[in-house]
Ligand binder design. Structure first.
Ligand SMILES: [Zn+2]
Ligand SMILES: [Zn+2]
Length: 200
């Protein structure tokens, strides 16, 4: 589960993460550039992690790409019908056939990439990972440590809340509306916007 905000343990100041819901950040490996459309069935949820982005100057999420070994391990566990948390979340009871298919497609993307993912809000690489034990994040000024806060979010979002990314981790735009063909969405090729903008 991704955190919704961080709180400084010394001065109590808190900062909100962008909307942390799963699936709001999607790869579109078969994006139709000419018609600006994507098919629902081709969209993949981006594995992500909480970071402090220096460019956004805010807590955001970045792609969480990790090592090839981590991926092979996750695929092996899924093939043994065990549940995993990374790069996708599966539960003990669910059928793993769809998960294997999704993992393979995500692994294809991962294999073509450098392990450092992009910030999902500016495309940059200037961030510190909260979950990396070698990178201590302290509150500027007071020097306090941050702790994560979690909250339960609604699972219903507007179509425009879904951000679409190329397999290079750069934002293409947001889903706009259903296209004429069933299962197709038209993409609004907008640029990055502030991580503090609320999508509901
Ligand atoms: Zn502080
Ligand atoms: Zn950023």
């Amino acid at each position: 589960m991704l955190p919704s905000s961080i709180n400084c343990d010394t001065c109590s100041q808190s900062y909100d993460f962008p909307d942390p819901a799963n699936g709001l950040y999607l790869y579109a490996p078969q994006y139709d550039v000419k018609n600006k459309t994507v098919k629902d069935e081709h969209l993949l949820s981006i594995p992500k992690q909480p970071v402090w982005c220096g460019t956004c100057n805010a807590p955001t999420f970045s792609e969480d790409l990790r090592s090839i070994r981590d991926w092979e391990h996750a695929i092996a566990l899924t093939k043994m019908n065990k549940s995993i948390e990374y790069p996708i979340n599966t539960t003990p009871l669910e059928d793993k056939t769809t998960a294997i298919e999704e993992l393979k497609q995500l692994f294809n993307i991962r294999q073509k990439r450098h392990p450092k993912g992009h910030c999902l809000f500016c495309g940059g690489l200037q961030y510190i990972e909260f979950n990396n034990p070698n990178q201590q994040i302290r509150h500027d000024g007071c020097g306090g440590k941050f702790k994560f806060l979690y909250s339960v979010f609604s699972c219903i979002y507007r179509t425009s809340a879904y951000r679409i990314y190329s397999t290079d981790g750069k934002q293409i735009g947001r889903l706009q509306q259903h296209g004429e063909t069933e299962g197709t969405f038209i993409v609004n090729e907008c640029g990055y916007d502030s991580p503090n903008e609320k999508t509901e």
